[in-house]
Design a protein around this ligand. Sequence first.
Ligand SMILES: *[C@@H]1O[C@H](CO)[C@@H](O)[C@H](O)[C@H]1NC(C)=O
Ligand SMILES: *[C@@H]1O[C@H](CO)[C@@H](O)[C@H](O)[C@H]1NC(C)=O
Length: 826
Amino acid sequence: MAPTLNPPLLCFLILFLPAVCVFAQTRNSNLGVDDSFIAGNGNTSWVVSPSGDFAFGFQPLKNSNSLFLLSIWYAKISNTTIVWYANGDNPAPRGSRVQVTASEGLKLTSPNGQTLWTPENSPSGAVASGALNDFGNFVLQDRSSTSVWETFNNPKDTMLPSQTLGKGGKLSSRKSQADFAQGRFQLVLQDDGNLVIHSINLPSKYANENYFESQTVESNTSSPGTQLVFNKSGDFYVLKKNNNTFSFSDVPTPSPTQFYLRAILNFDGVLTFYQHPKSSFGNETWTAIWFQPDNICKEALISEGTGICGYNSICKLGENSRPNCQCPPGYSLLDPEDPYGSCKPDFIQGCKEDELSQGKDLKDLYDFEVLTDTDWPLSDFVLQKPFTEDECRKACMEDCFCAVAIFRLGDSCWKKRWPLSNGRYDTTLNGAKAFIKVRTDNSSLIGPPGPPIIKRKNQDTLILVVSVLLGSSAILNLVLTGAFCLGFSSIYQLRKKLKSVYRSDSAVETNLRCFTYKELEEATDGFKEELGRGAFGVVYKGAIVMGSAVTVAVKRLNTFLLQETEKEFKNEVNVIGQTHHKNLVRLLGFCEEGNERLLVYECMSNGTLASLLFSDSRPNWNLRLKMAFGIARGLVYLHEDCGTQIIHCDIKPQNILLDDYFNARISDFGLSKLLNMNQSRTHTAIRGTKGYVALEWFKNMPITAKVDVYSFGVLLLEIICCRRNVDMEPENEERAILTDWAYDCYTTGSLEALVEQDHEALHDKENLEKLVMVAIWCTQEDPTVRPTMRKVSQMLEGVAEVPAPPCQILNSVTRDHYYSPTLEYD
Ligand SMILES: *[C@@H]1O[C@H](CO)[C@@H](O)[C@H](O)[C@H]1NC(C)=O
Ligand SMILES: *[C@@H]1O[C@H](CO)[C@@H](O)[C@H](O)[C@H]1NC(C)=O
């Protein structure tokens, strides 16, 4: 009978054999020169201490499968607690190697041979061996078994029983719980014997005021400290020259035979002493026994750097004396990933902004959020006293420098300015009130100062386009020129067709006001202040009385462009005058006298979308989305909802104006019909078209409302990316035409490139992708494939699904002539 393995034995072998093998493989406490270990090869431990309590090797970094930290950790407890680490600032990619070397001691190299880390303090002699002992200390020894380098002498943020720190020794915090890069806090045993904790202003080494001091310095009553000691019995103290000790706490020390003990300078600046039962299986965890300082929010007052929390933030003490940081109402985190970082106001405030809102009561612009027992003690610029609470609020409201006012002690009013620092919640302030000034209207949505400002190159596109073309082959130029001529004749045909697009509906009378030329001359102070200059004419600022004084924009049309007879002018103006939508600029009146034709519009206080989008700082993502939605709604109205269909024909960011609340409002609609496009082509059509018009303008195709859909698609991409459709950067040729680049980014799944470092957009990836898909639909070459504006609006607002856009095969010749220099012909 053949021998068979009984099932229990089989189970035993299957379960325990591999464990025994791993055990045999890693249960190694000693290393020799040239021994090495690879990161991410399946095993984390290179060596384990004889008792098995500690391990040394590569820990994978949180949120990363491919980066590793050369470190020492507790090997027997479930949640990984790292007590020493080497390459916090320089994580090691999978495949990196650590090796014992005679001269450097330890050397960490990346898979491509680059040195990632070697000890800062090199070994004091030639290394012969290395071992991890049961205290958690990795020691390198020379041939005579003398220690030449130890992790205990080169600590990071943690100390363990039997470890000491001499004069000049320090602990340095990590950046956050899971990020082992250098953090802001340091504990130092100074040469004068004082043990101190302070923050430093990274990336410099400048040390701020100490917020904790043992005060163990030479004096009549005290003797200076000589060592920071964590002895084998678990006592943690500063040993003084006279052999007395300074203790951090009265709490009895837990027994190091039953508990793992560690002292760590936490990433938030608190020195904490922890215990963890040794004999635990499961959910036991670290318990804080004591912490210093008791109230870091209150003890730390940092005059030349940010406080414990970032700027404008408020420090509030949490469990175990650990600080929590909170943004005040109306503010949000500058970096949403860093809850201990600075807060930015979600609005703009300042003297310039207040001035721009002139005519409005400041009380309508700002409101106060009130917090009690809150202060930013170092941000004062004036103390006013004696003052009542009302006087204090009023004084801050009227002061464009004032970000917050603190009213305290019954009669004192401190006005504070940005950035507010050292914010803290402190009940000993006895009911101090913080009045936080928050802008209430939504012009606040404009990007506040602080977030990444993306600089753009200012360049003359035309010159570059010309030079690109001159640099290309003569044959290509010939083709392009030919295409342009073709385009020219199509435009001519288009004008004819456009006429039929508009039905001159029976002249419904509107409440448009008919002005005399003299009235408008007076209203504009003799056409003095020019607001803008477009192809249709010049726009002047004016004021008229309609109930009350209203600021208006008076557009004086280039009359040689007019083709309509008197009757037609009035008809067209009536069509425009009947439109009424919140995303359209309102026509208030007109004037026709002799050769003069003027249109009077409500004045838009915040300029054009072009100036907002293409300035140095990006407007806020949500504001941009709001604008895109608004423009889409405005176009739906023009195409479908007003009495006579109006095709704009010249949608571009220069024709979108922004009102007091930064609502996007379409301007110049209806004018393409009003003006003689035959004559204006060199001025308007061609210039206006560059990069924004649909291809049917250049082909012999009927012009429909789909031309606006195309232009809207281009505009949508410009809103997403905050850049112009055509931007010829020689080093970035594939990005020159936004519509093409966006399509490439979409197909290759690299949409992030489109928004550069726009954090808000990057955090809204789903929306970003949806918007780009909509834009691709809009810019389809075939007008019948493009959705209607209603459909576009529904897709943007999430009412309709956005199907995957069709594959775009571009006819490069048709496309190229579009951006050719001749289009800039003037
Ligand atoms: C540790 O320090 C405490 C307090 O100074 C002392 O009582 C104890 O004997 C020390 N233990 C060792 C092992 O040195
Ligand atoms: C401003 O925006 C917020 C949030 O988007 C909204 O709740 C509030 O009603 C808006 N206020 C005004 C005046 O539009």
